[in-house]
Design a protein around this ligand. Structure first.
Ligand SMILES: Nc1ncnc2c1ncn2[C@@H]1O[C@H](COP(=O)(O)OP(=O)(O)OP(=O)(O)O)[C@@H](O)[C@H]1O
Length: 237
């Protein structure tokens, strides 16, 4: 079931980078960023390279500090402002509320691919057997050959690693999902799988906020595109 109240709301969020190695040069990237994402909705950040799409996603995930504004994330009955939350609170939000899938796989060395994905599902409280079943399903859907499942992904091809990464990101059950170009180097067949998996998440009521450079993927998953150039920092500074 979906409800009308957003899971994620950005209110007049701004960020300026200060380049200390360039004599403190200030680079206003975004300002006045305001939008929200409903349960079951996929909002895609649009705009040219350098517009600030990744920076917005990183602020939502708590990787980048906000200079101003609020990032309101619903955690059950509570609403938390990520922009002001303590680091420990942000870690809890990452465990329970928001998942993040980038285009790169960063994992502990020597852990087999299947365990990486199973463990991701376990993190959100899925029972061991179900987590394993889910991991196997995702790896199979994403065309990761079964002979690789028991191996650590360090030696996998770039595309294989990326698909393990997507399986890991989607195995968990969190109400908010942030996708930072997860399909960047996938072939058409696997891009289509990701489109289906995002649709599955939406049907489960997950609020998805993503960046997709591939226009076909973007058009297939987006309910709404938020053009980030509207929030260009330089204009508003
Ligand atoms: N940590 C940082 N320090 C300094 N400048 C940064 C930092 N992160 C991003 N920027 C700058 O902010 C601007 C926006 O970058 P961002 O990666 O958010 O853009 P983007 O829209 O996601 O671009 P792309 O589509 O190319 O990934 C760029 O000019 C970039 O150089």
């Amino acid at each position: 079931m979906t409800t009308a109240s957003p899971l994620l709301t950005l209110e007049t969020v701004s960020r300026t980078f200060t380049l200390h190695l360039r004599g403190g040069l200030r680079l206003p990237v975004v300002s006045g960023v305001s939008f929200s994402v409903l349960p079951g909705e996929c909002v895609v950040l649009g705009g040219p390279s350098g517009a600030g799409k990744s920076s917005i996603l990183k602020m939502v995930y708590g990787n980048y500090r906000c200079d101003g504004g609020r990032i309101l994330l619903r955690d059950g009955a509570e609403t938390v402002d990520v922009a002001r939350a303590e680091p420990r609170r942000i870690l809890r939000l990452r465990r329970d509320v928001m998942g993040y899938v980038s285009q790169f796989l960063r994992v502990i060395p020597r852990v087999p691919a299947l365990d990486i994905v199973t463990e991701a599902a376990r993190e959100t409280g899925v029972a061991a057997e179900e987590a394993r079943r889910r991991a196997e399903r995702l790896l199979a859907l994403l065309n990761v050959p079964e002979r690789l499942w028991s191996l650590p992904p360090a030696t996998f091809s770039g595309g294989e690693q990326q698909r393990v990464n997507i399986a890991r990101g989607l195995a968990a059950e969190r109400p908010v999902l942030l996708l930072d170009e997860p399909t960047a180097s996938l072939d058409a067949r696997n891009r289509a799988v990701v489109v289906d998996l995002v649709a599955e998440k939406k049907a489960q009521g997950v609020a998805v906020l993503g960046i997709f450079h591939d226009e076909d993927v973007r058009d297939a998953v987006a309910d709404r595109i938020v053009d980030v150039t509207r929030f260009a920092g330089a204009r508003a500074a």
